[in-house]
Design a protein around this ligand. Sequence first.
Ligand code: NAD
Length: 390
Amino acid sequence: MINGERTIQRPLRWGMVGGGRTGQVGYKHRTGALRDGTYQLVAGAFDLKAGRGRDFGTSLGVAGDRCYATYQELIAGEAAREDGVDVVSVATPNFTHYEITKALLEAGIHVICEKPLFFTVKECEEIAALAEEKGLIVGVTYGFTGHPMVHQMAAMVAKGMLGEIRIVDMQYTHGFNAGDDEGAGEAVKWRTNPETAGPTFVLGDIGTHLYYLSEVVLPELKIEKLLCDRKAFIPTRAPLEDHATVLMHYNNGARGRLWVSSVNAGNMGSQRYRFVGAKASVEWSDSRPDQLIYEVQGEPGQVLHHGMPYLEGESLAADRMGALHTEGLGDSWSNIYLWIAQAIDARMHGNAAFLKTHHYPGIKAGTEGVRWLENCVRSADAGAAWVEFE
Ligand code: NAD
């Protein structure tokens, strides 16, 4: 159980690029980071609008002279201080991730970056090599994989409780982009433009969460080939998609399907997973994140509840609230931030043995997400053809 006790040698001096007053995801980062005293927010280039960023930063308690106008100024200003930042989170639109991450790593600063990590696998591999050379961590905020019940599913699969996995069925949809983009806000505009979003819209924006969570639960399953069909129901979004279906064949013969959509009109957000084995299935949804449906063939179904002693140790170790109270998205983000902090702490103190077995979403997870997107786009652009996974 996580109770806020310090598990690293000292709090990390933390900065943010992006995540300003109008940013959608910034508060999730601060909720995740500032919970356990593991991070102290000491600097930021929070906003493209420098004045608004400074005003916002100081309202969060950051000293005025450490609220910078740009990420370049942040790097220079922090390098000049003895107590400069250890780690910076990048919560900006996709097209800026690569250049900001690269500049931070070159300056010797650990990075926590948003997904989709970068535009290409080549960029991911270059940054992975740079991080390795500098001895730095790159964490990726796949914010849903901190839920204790995700780790319950992973432990049950690892113990063979489901039997050989046969079917992977996933959905992440909402209806918030069902109308056209006239008058849309900045966050929609950059997401629907390939220059700022990258090669995908919903596949990268929400599909990468599905893909990473399935990697956490089913680490042994590798995709051998896939078929992706994508469409822009709002034509101005083409060549990017607001809706996609992906079929996947795995190395053990399992079959997978998923759909992602931001034009599922009326849907307030459904993120849903069903993993089916030869003996039993588990089903989890982020709308009831502290419960898990476990169905064994021929027996009555069960609803497993977070924090209960009958759960696997991996799930209980990620629990914060205890069974009587609900766990939610903020708890999941706090776990992700904690696990990344533990990785940074281990890297700072040369604890290679810890890093070998420690679970956190890092550069490999970010890279695999981008690789999955590249394969999806290759298939879709070939007319929804089956392609070998490369
Ligand atoms: P947004 O447009 O709402 O906010 C972007 C923020 O970054 C704004 O505050 C803007 O002023 C600032 N900004 C932009 N460029 C900057 C720069 N060069 N320097 C400093 N600040 C800059 O975007 P968003 O929806 O918050 O998305 C940001 C990132 O987070 C995207 O990569 C997105 O895919 C990701 N995201 C992840 C999750 C998740 O669950 N992990 C959820 C939402 C968004």
